[in-house]
Design a protein around this ligand. Structure first.
Ligand code: ADE
Length: 268
């Protein structure tokens, strides 16, 4: 189990490509989370849960059709072995699949509160449906497109979840200010789910393209208002659908009114 921080997550990843994860575990947020013991990641080769000489993980689909299907028994066996080792530990079993619930920031936040997440990476044409029906507690998709397998999905999920665990990003964490996150620390009311404002760094003038003056002003209240307005405007232009669910303050609504009046409707 990961060591005792206030919040920590153990990820058990079940895959036929364990080496896929070698590099991502050694970089960025996942490396930091592991070093700080906010997360632990264990990679399990599905073939070790097979019971035949050839370590067979797939078979032809009943009813015919192209491709191969992941056999259910190795997947059940792999998950049950993991659970046996810690039978009282609450555990979500996530099947990565394009048919799953979309991985949003809200879903990542929900998962970041779990103690243990078992991630099943499918391959081939699919995974025997009984895995989704009787073993997985969740089916999650990272987007409306079809990947060749769940490994990239598992990596995306782990990174998204890990950066939300307190302590992983350090004290100057920007996790709360990202696109799709709350802006609590910018002084606004809770406004989940809008895009981030633009960011700039030196030089203040790049080939004549200047950083907005207000950011150099040192006036924190002006900067806060500018950022908020930019975030709202960007969201209105690029992802107006997000505004329908965002919880907006009175100030936000006023800004949006001004934005709508000042500019033509967004062209999507
Ligand atoms: N496996 C294949 N496509 C996927 C997707 N979009 N999300 C998660 N797992 C997948």
């Amino acid at each position: 189990m990961p060591a005792c921080g206030p919040r920590s997550v153990l990820f058990d990843v079940i895959t036929i490509f364990p080496e896929f994860f070698t590099s991502i575990l050694e970089h960025g947020v996942l490396k930091r989370g592991r070093a700080g013991e906010q997360i632990e990641i264990r990679i399990h080769d599905l073939r070790e849960a097979t019971d035949d000489r050839h370590h067979t993980v797939d078979d032809r689909p009943f009813g015919g059709g192209p491709g191969m299907v992941f056999k259910p028994e190795p997947v059940f066996r792999a998950v049950e072995r993991l659970k046996e080792a810690a039978p009282n530990e609450p555990c979500r079993v996530v099947l990565l699949t394009p048919q799953g619930r979309l991985l949003t920031q809200a879903v990542a936040e929900e998962l970041s509160r779990e103690k243990r997440l078992v991630l099943i990476c499918g391959r081939y044409e699919g995974v025997d449906e009984r895995v989704a029906e009787h073993l997985a507690t969740d089916e999650i998709s990272i987007g409306d497109y079809v990947l060749a397998g769940g490994e990239l999905g598992a990596a995306v999920l782990m990174e998204t979840v890990t950066r939300l665990i307190p302590g992983v990003l350090g004290n100057d964490s920007s996790a709360g200010q990202d696109s799709f996150a709350a802006f609590d620390n910018l002084g606004a009311s809770e406004t989940q789910g809008i895009l981030d404002c633009p960011h700039y760094t030196r030089p203040a003038d790049l080939r004549g393209w200047k950083v907005p003056e207000v950011l150099l002003s040192g006036n924190h209240e002006e900067i806060r208002r500018w950022r908020r307005r930019q975030a709202l405007e960007k969201t209105w232009r690029k992802r107006p659908d997000l505004l329908e669910c965002a919880s907006l303050s009175e100030e936000d609504r006023e800004m949006l009114e001004e934005i709508r009046h000042a500019a033509p409707e967004p062209q999507l």
